[in-house]
Design a binder for this molecule. Sequence first.
Ligand code: AMP
Ligand code: MN
Ligand code: MN
Ligand code: MN
Length: 277
Amino acid sequence: MPDFIYDFHTHSDESDGVLSPATLMQAAHKRGVDTIALTDHDTISGLSEARKTAELLGMNLIDGVEISATWKGQTIHVVGLVVQPEVEVLQSGLQQNLRAREQRAYQINERLCSVGIEAMDWAGQGIGIPTRTHFARHLMAAGHAKDIPQAFKRYLAKGKPGWVGVEWLTLADAVQIIVKAGGVAVIAHPFRYKFTRTRLCALVEDFKSAGGCGIEVVSGNTNTNQLRDMVAISEQYGLLASKGSDFHDPAQVWAPLGGGPEVPENCVPIWTHWQAA
Ligand code: AMP
Ligand code: MN
Ligand code: MN
Ligand code: MN
């Protein structure tokens, strides 16, 4: 059991979180978190602000990112930890995903307009990384959904009126830009994909071949069965175990910063990767 509290998956308002990078660090500090990774969707733009505050508070900030990737036609999220933000291949890969996001945002607006919903002026609102969460908030504000999950269920999920598929970076490219930036690639929230065991194993095999070496054994409020399954996968494939809340908003009380069950002792923790470096 580590003698520190950590969280290796969090979002700020540089992507779809609600707190600024500085405020996020303060919120984590209040909860007793010593080591935190900021892992915004497809951007590293919040890291310098987060670092300033983390240093003032005496916290250890891990430079991170959560990259959207396409694997066999499905979206997979790959968390990169201890990345070097200045590395060109990382920046250009993220640019590619950002362009895909911008194009999709225009298309989502078109699709929502066709069912009588006003467009979201995301660029005018200063949103740099347009995500579906921003569209969900827009739908709520306009009275079309009572909360974010309902906005997804009614409009933004696959097959709904505002759904637009995206070709993200390939899984192999997403993993490789993390590795080339000196980082360690981690499969984010493995349960979220609702894969069969066979498909999850196929993902893990492709991920490992691409150079990935970690998996989130604990993501948010992972239950006992999920934890047991992920520990088994991490042991079977020799993956390092990570843990992150996937924090977006203090109102999501079920996924607090630094929360979730402990990673079991028999797992090899993700930080052995950078401590060994
Ligand atoms: P995007 O990468 O723009 O497609 O947006 C994905 C983000 O939307 C995820 O990181 C979540 O924060 C959020 N999200 C996706 N599905 C749901 C859902 N069913 N309920 C609430 N938030 C969701
Ligand atoms: Mn998100
Ligand atoms: Mn994710
Ligand atoms: Mn996330």
